[in-house]
Design a protein around this ligand. Structure first.
Ligand code: SF4
Length: 375
C-alpha cells in the first residue's frame, strides 16, 4: 500500500512539472531530436565511435578500458581501486548493473552511495525502484525510518531535515574518499569527455575531491561530439522534471592547469587519475538487432515510468534492477537476456507518447513478448 501512496505523490509532483518545463523552453524538443539523430548515428557505427572515444580519452591524459561484461568491469575497477579505501559513488545504473558497490565492499573498502535516493537504498539494502529516483517507493515516513540508522533521534522530520541528515553524514566521506566512481549521462567521442548532470552537488564532489575518478558507462552513452553530449544532459534533466539542472559536469581527463606559461600540465587540484570504463554487456548485440536497437536510444529520463499503468501498480518490481518500468522491460532483455518483464506490458502506449527519444516502446515490447514465448 505504501507504494501506491509514494507513486501517486511522485506523479503529482513530477508530471505537471515536465509539461510546464517543455512549454516554457520549447527548444528542448528540438534538442531531443538532435540527440536522437546523434545516438542513431553512433549505434549504426558503434565500433568506430568506441575506438574514437578511447583515443580521445587517452589524448586528454585519461585511461579508457573497454570491457565485455560485468565480471570484467569488476576486475578492472578492483585493480584500479585496491583495498582498504574510502570510495564515494555518484548514482550509476551501470555500476549497479555490474554489481560494483557490493563487490568493492566485499574487497574490504568503505563504499558510500552519495545520491540521496541511492543512499537510502543502500541503508535499507533494497533494490532501486526508478531510474532517476531510486527510492521512489519510499514515502517520507519510510525514508525517515531508514535514515534513523545514522541518526536515531529523527522524529516527525520534514523532507529538508532528512536531506540535511544525509548531507552531514556524507560530507565526511567526500573529504576522506580516495576514489570517486560515477556513471555518465553522455560521453563525447570527439573529446573523450564524460558529462554528468545533477542537482545535489554530490557528483561534483565525487568527480573532483578524490585522487582518482572512475566513470563507468554503457557503450550507448557515446555521442559523436561534445555539443550533442551536452544536449543529451539537458534533455535528460528536462524530461526528468529537473530543469534547469543545478549542475552540469564535464570531466575530460585528470585535473590540469595552464597557469604557468600557458603550458597545460596535470594534475592540479582535482583527480590525478581519470579512468573511463566502457561496458558492452549485450549492448553491441542489441545495436545490431532490428527491433531492440531502439532501446539503446534511451536517455534515462524516467518519464515513461510515471505514464505507465503497469509501473504505477508494480513499481520497481517490474523489471530486473536497476532497470524498471517500460524502459526497464526493454533493458532487462538488453543486458540480462530476460524477456519476462516484457510480458506484463498492456500496450497502453503512454510511454511512446511521452518519450523524448520517440522510442516505439510498445513495438519493442511486443517483439520481446514473442521472443519470450518462443523461449
Ligand atoms: S524510454 Fe524514453 S521516456 Fe523512458 S526513460 Fe528512456 S528516454 Fe525516458
Amino acid at each position: 500500500m505504501t507504494w501506491i501512496y509514494a507513486v501517486e505523490r511522485a506523479v503529482k509532483n513530477n508530471v505537471p512539472k515536465v509539461e510546464a518545463i517543455l512549454k516554457e523552453h520549447p527548444y528542448l524538443l528540438d534538442l531531443a531530436m538532435k540527440v536522437r539523430e546523434g545516438k542513431t548515428e553512433v549505434l549504426r557505427n558503434l565500433d568506430r565511435y568506441v575506438e574514437e572515444t578511447i583515443k580521445s580519452v587517452e589524448k586528454s591524459g585519461g585511461r579508457a578500458h573497454l570491457v565485455s561484461n560485468a565480471e570484467e568491469a569488476k576486475e578492472i575497477v578492483s585493480k584500479i581501486v585496491g583495498t582498504g579505501k574510502t570510495i564515494v559513488l555518484g548514482k550509476s545504473m551501470v555500476a549497479y548493473e555490474a554489481g560494483l558497490r557490493k563487490h568493492l565492499e566485499a574487497m574490504g573498502n568503505d563504499v558510500w552511495e552519495t545520491d540521496l535516493g541511492e543512499f537510502l537504498i543502500q541503508l535499507a539494502d533494497e533494490p532501486p525502484s526508478h531510474i532517476i529516483a531510486p527510492s521512489l517507493h519510499m514515502t517520507k515516513e519510510r525514508a525517515e525510518e531508514v535514515m534513523r540508522k545514522i541518526d536515531n533521534e529523527l522524529n516527525n522530520s520534514t523532507h529538508e531535515k532528512i536531506a540535511m541528515t544525509a548531507r552531514k553524514f556524507l560530507r565526511d566521506k567526500f573529504i576522506k574518499a580516495h576514489v570517486g566512481i560515477t556513471g555518465a549521462n553522455a560521453v563525447a567521442a570527439d573529446t573523450g569527455s564524460v558529462i554528468l548532470v545533477e542537482n545535489e552537488g554530490n557528483i561534483r564532489m565525487t568527480t573532483v575531491l578524490p585522487e582518482v575518478h572512475i566513470a563507468v558507462a554503457g557503450l550507448e552513452k557515446i555521442l559523436p561530439n561534445l555539443q550533442l553530449a551536452l544536449y543529451e544532459a539537458l534533455v535528460q534533466a528536462a524530461f526528468g522534471g529537473l530543469y534547469p539542472p543545478s549542475y552540469v559536469n564535464v570531466s575530460s581527463g585528470p585535473s590540469s592547469t595552464a597557469d604557468i606559461e600557458m603550458k597545460r600540465v596535470s594534475p592540479a587540484h582535482g583527480p590525478r587519475e581519470f579512468h573511463l570504463v566502457l561496458l558492452d554487456n549485450g549492448r553491441r548485440e542489441a545495436a545490431k538487432d532490428p527491433v531492440l536497437w531502439e532501446s539503446l536510444l534511451c536517455v534515462r529520463c524516467g518519464r515513461c515510468h510515471l505514464h505507465c499503468p503497469v509501473y504505477r501498480v508494480f513499481g520497481g518490481k517490474w523489471g530486473v534492477p536497476p532497470y524498471s518500468g517500460p524502459m526497464g522491460a526493454m533493458w532487462s532483455a538488453v543486458v540480462y537476456r530476460d524477456f519476462g518483464p516484457a510480458q506484463l506490458c498492456v500496450h497502453s502506449g503512454g510511454c511512446r507518447e511521452v518519450c523524448p527519444m520517440k522510442i516505439d516502446i510498445p513495438k519493442v515490447l511486443e517483439e520481446l513478448k514473442k521472443r519470450g514465448l518462443k523461449q
